[in-house]
Design a protein around this ligand. Structure first.
Ligand SMILES: *[C@@H]1O[C@H](CO)[C@@H](O)[C@H](O)[C@H]1NC(C)=O
Ligand SMILES: *[C@@H]1O[C@H](CO)[C@@H](O)[C@H](O)[C@H]1NC(C)=O
Length: 586
């Protein structure tokens, strides 16, 4: 019953969201009928504004019908943001943790962390971030009233169109987004790309108007979408813009990609593949198990069934009888193994696939969590865990609405190198896997597991471990070949030529070194060499034009010459060591 009611709400929400998209689509269609490459940024924005603010600027290109839709959508659009402003909780989290809180370090998903899993029970997790009764009440009433208001909004359909890739640029991220776009094109992906430019990073004229259009890509200015009032009220940070970009993008189906995240497989088929087709939301795992404060469920009004265990960390296939001694006593079981909770492991949101028609509720509620993230929801979702940010907001929102999703099971990998003098290993990138191959292993596991327990029966098995489940169904290469890497999320150091040059990172005793050392795992895609080729091509040719604002802002001609010397040297090194790097990979 509850689900049906929720589903009804979701349907309403879907209309609401379609409308948001339609505003953008109308603007886009106006824009695409004009040669905006010759406009300056401010002209271009004023031009757009005349359509967004009044809906009756130079509308000669719009037919009557479009104009009606345009006005309705604008109205809807501003209601969404107004609702966020009206129903955001005031104040902010004190970020005080109780002395009894046992979350002193991140809790992983592998055997060396099994002894820490007791820290994930309801009784332990609730003993961490302090939220008093008044705070919980404020959060919960604003959450409820926001959801109610969303349900009242009604909008026209068919606004979001097509499939594409969405990134947030600005500053050094514009250059990094360009590297990603070049990588996509070099490896055969033709999907269009929208790069969102945050309000404080405007002025990317050459990049937006000249460079991107050559690669079936374009900029979208967030200040054209976000009301000024909202920009001033909330001091948005990079990852908060990601959830705005999802809503504002013209695409119905999109891959949201961090600007430092390189897809190394062709992606044109991803929206046609399972499990995307059925779920409309695919996410990727982080290293850590979930540590969300149980009070979140009280705040959101989301029921948790304390009597029903439905999984053991990532294993939601093996029947709970097999790994639970006493199903009547679940008080020491990790809280997020219980029915109704957000599943493990925690999410790494450097990449995410979403169908906005199916998941409009998710998109809008995630926006709410992100707008109120630094003040409240980020610490509530993560409770001290590494990388607090937008990462859990999408899965939490989908879970709230009982909407389907799939999170990749294959553990996140790493690439990196050994530091000189035995100072340890430095990870430079998270490697995320092909969700299509991963899902086919999952389906295969599902079949084999039901066959197995049909034979042996449902008795407690003391030998069961999550690791054995993982090894048997996801790592057994004899049965199923290793899942490909799909994304290289190159967290640190970033592919920013300015910082690399200034910091002399990746130079040891005057010599360049490679930071990616397992190219074979990356299907021999030499990411460092390819990116330095691009730096050399776009920044260091004689006919160089100012392309990236952040570089122009801080460098003179002499600086450029020095940086290009560095780029040339490193490119030579990477070129010369290419064959060896491939051959020596294990
Ligand atoms: C996205 O969701 C809509 C609504 O459920 C559905 O009609 C459409 O086929 C989906 N698109 C893809 C590519 O799965
Ligand atoms: C290395 O540089 C040479 C000369 O420019 C070029 O022909 C060769 O293709 C480069 N090697 C790689 C792996 O890019």
């Amino acid at each position: 019953m509850l689900v049906n009611k929720r589903f009804g709400k979701v349907l309403k929400l879907i209309f609401v969201f379609i409308a948001i998209g339609a505003v953008y689509f109308v603007v886009e269609s106006v824009r695409s009928k004009n040669d905006y490459t010759s406009l300056s940024v401010s002209q271009y924005r004023d031009y757009l504004k005349s359509h967004i603010d009044t809906g009756n600027g130079d509308n000669t290109n719009l037919n009557k019908e479009d104009r009606v839709v345009d006005e309705k959508l604008q109205k809807f659009y501003s209601s969404v943001f107004q609702n966020i402003i009206d129903h955001s909780p005031s104040g902010k989290c004190r970020r005080v943790y109780k002395d009894a809180c046992k979350l002193t370090q991140d809790v992983g998903n592998r055997p060396d962390d099994y002894e820490n899993w007791f820290k994930l029970s309801y009784n332990e997790l609730i003993n961490c971030l302090e939220l008093d009764l008044g705070e919980v009440q404020t959060l919960s009433s604003s959450h409820a009233s926001f959801i109610d208001e969303l349900n009242k909004l009604v909008l026209p359909r068919d606004s979001y169109k097509g499939d594409g890739i969405v990134m947030v640029g600005g500053g050094k991220f514009s250059l990094m987004a360009f590297l990603v776009i070049k990588t996509l094109r070099n490896l055969g992906t033709t999907l269009p790309v929208e790069v969102f430019i945050p309000p404080n990073d405007e002025g990317e004229t050459e990049f937006c108007n000249k460079l991107l259009p050559k690669f079936n890509s374009k900029c979208v200015y967030i200040s054209d979408i976000l009301p000024q009032q909202m920009i001033e009220k909330f001091e948005f940070k990079g990852y908060q813009f990601k959830s705005i970009a999802i809503i504002a993008s013209s695409f119905e189906n999109l891959l949201l990609l961090d600007a430092d995240n390189f897809p190394i497989k062709p992606l044109d088929n991803i929206f046609e593949a399972e499990p995307y087709k059925t779920t409309g939301l695919v996410m990727w795992p982080d290293f850590w198990r979930r540590t969300t404060q149980p009070l979140y469920y009280k705040i959101a009004g989301r029921t948790v069934d304390f009597k029903t265990r439905v999984r053991n960390s990532i294993d939601d296939l093996t029947p709970p009888h097999i790994y639970t001694k006493n199903l009547m006593n679940l008080k020491d079981v990790p809280f997020h193994d219980l029915l109704g909770t957000i599943p493990d492991v925690s999410t790494e949101s450097g990449q995410l696939l979403i169908n906005k028609s199916k998941h409009l509720g998710t998109v809008l509620l995630a926006l709410y969590y992100n707008v109120n993230g630094p003040t409240w929801y980020y610490p509530i979702f993560s409770q001290k865990a590494a990388g607090e940010g937008d990462k859990e907001t999408f899965i939490a929102a989908a879970n709230f609405y009982d909407l389907p999703f799939y999170q990749v099971k294959t553990n996140v990998g790493v690439d990196g190198y050994h530091l000189a003098n035995g100072k340890g290993y430095r990870g430079v990138a998270m490697l995320q896997h092909d969700f299509i191959q991963d899902y086919s292993k999952y389906m295969d596991a599902s079949k084999r597991i039901s066959q197995k327990y049909a034979k042996v029966g449902l008795n407690y098995d003391p030998k069961y471990t999550v690791e054995n489940f993982y090894k048997e169904y996801f790592e057994d290469e004899e049965i199923n070949k290793e899942v490909d890497i799909m994304f290289i999320h190159s967290n640190l150091p970033k592919f920013d030529p300015y910082t690399l040059w200034q910091d002399e990172d990746l130079i040891v005793d005057g010599k360049h070194i490679r930071s990616f050392t397992n190219l074979k795992r990356l299907k021999n895609y030499d990411i460092e060499l390819e990116n330095f080729k691009i730096f050399n091509d776009i920044l260091c040719q004689d006919d160089k034009k100012p392309l990236f604002k952040y570089l122009e802002d801080k460098m003179n001609a002499n600086d450029f010459r020095h940086m290009c010397q560095y780029i040339g040297n490193r490119l030579d090194f990477l070129n010369e060591s290419h064959n060896e790097a491939i051959g020596n990979s294990k």
